[in-house]
Every structure is written in C-alpha cells, then in structure tokens.
Design a protein around this ligand. Structure first.
Ligand code: PNS
Length: 209
C-alpha cells in the first residue's frame, strides 16, 4: 500500500528524511505494517510577491527580506504589461531584481502576464504578498485581494508593512526625484540608482543636509 503523507518542513530540520519526520509527527502506528511504502510530499512554503517594480525600491527589498522570515521561498513576479508605460523594460526590471538578490537562493524572479492567480497556481503557490505603506494603499489592495479570492478562493493575500523609513517611498516618486537630479541615497539599491542615472543622464548626488 502506498500512503501519501503531507508534511510541512520544520525550521532547523536540515537532514530531512521522510520516515524520521513522520515518526516525529507520531505517525508511527501507520508505519508499522511491514513492507508498507511511505511516500512523503515535501511542501515548500512559497509566496508570490507581485508588482510592477518600475523600478524596485528599498521598500520592496524590505518586504522581500521580511517575507523570507516567514516563507521558504519568495517568487518575485514582475508584471509584463504592454499597455502600461514603464521606464524600464520587463527584462531590465527582472534583471535588476535578480542582481540585487544574486546571493539569496530563496528568491526567484520571473515576469508574468495575465491573471496573477494563474501565475501563482502555475508556480505551486497559494500565497500572495503585498506591501501596505499607508491607509491610502488599503482600498486598492483590498479590492485586488478580494478579486483574487473570488478568482481562486484557495489563494490568500498576506499584507506586510515595510519599515517606517520606507513608508513614503514609491517607484513613481523615485523616478521623479531621479529625473530632476535629486539624491536617491537610501531609497533604492545601488544597482537601481545607477540604472536610473543612465536613463535620465544625471550625475550622482548626495544629500546636502
Ligand atoms: O506594483 P503594482 O503596480 O501595484 O502591482 C499591481 C499588480 C501587478 C499586483 C496587479 O496589477 C496584478 O496583479 N496584475 C495582474 C492582473 C490580475 O490578476 N488582475 C486581477 C486581479 S486584480
């Protein structure tokens, strides 16, 4: 008989072995029949973090880092929307995020088009992360979360708050400041600052105060 046991990965459980894990979880009695084959399905807690990321800011990076404390894997999903005018191409946005998290194997970056819930299902995730900076974000996020739930009731949206330092930060403002030659120190990763300077042909600046 083949038995399918679904077990969640526990923290600090590095030498993972299906049988010992099931024993630890008091499934011993079910394993006692000689010759019984146990098939364990190892579920990774993967969350999708979608957005336009045009470009990624330190607020987004902060949410991803917080997400990594909760999930085994974060899949950053960059919206590919030909109808929405963006400063950076989809590839540029994906590349920048990949560069920032090059040493973080638990972060994957992909572009997507179409419905977000379809993308999440294709990548075996039932969790969407969204950052909430202020009350003004709430109405849009609330509608989007409930629409996603209507489309797929099994998918949950988890809202996370970035550090207070980034509560005023948005990709739109970052672009505006950069275009007008302002200082972006502490607002975006260095890789992004460089790319913004290239786009707007501006030179590096530091805050005078
Ligand atoms: O960073 P943004 O622009 O606020 O991100 C918006 C995003 C990408 C999360 C949203 O536009 C989206 O999920 N688009 C995919 C289309 C979709 O699934 N629409 C139905 C649910 S509202």
């Amino acid at each position: 008989m083949t038995m399918h046991l679904v077990a969640e990965k526990r923290r600090n459980f590095t030498n993972w072995d299906g049988i010992s894990l099931t024993k630890q979880n008091n499934f011993d009695t079910k394993l006692n029949n000689p010759g019984e084959r146990v098939h364990c399905v190892y579920m990774i807690k993967k969350a999708v973090y979608p957005g336009s990321f045009d470009p990624i800011t330190n607020g987004h990076v902060d949410i991803i880092r917080r997400g990594l404390e909760i999930f085994d894997e974060i899949l950053v999903a960059v919206l590919e929307n030909p109808k929405k005018e963006s400063l950076f191409s989809t590839k540029e946005r994906v590349d920048m995020i990949q560069e920032i998290f090059a040493h973080e194997e638990k972060v994957e970056v992909n572009s997507f088009h179409g419905l977000l819930v379809d993308f999440a299902n294709t990548h075996a995730s039932k969790m969407i992360i969204r950052g909430l900076r202020a009350i003004s974000d709430f109405e849009y996020e609330f509608q989007m979360a409930l629409m996603n739930r209507k489309l797929d009731p099994e998918i949950e949206t988890l809202f996370m708050m970035p550090s207070l330092n980034y509560s005023f930060l948005s990709s739109r403002l970052v672009k505006e400041v950069s275009m007008l030659g302002g200082c972006l120190e502490g607002l975006v990763p260095e890789e992004v600052e460089e790319k913004l300077r290239d786009k707007y042909k501006t030179s590096p600046k530091t805050n005078s105060k």
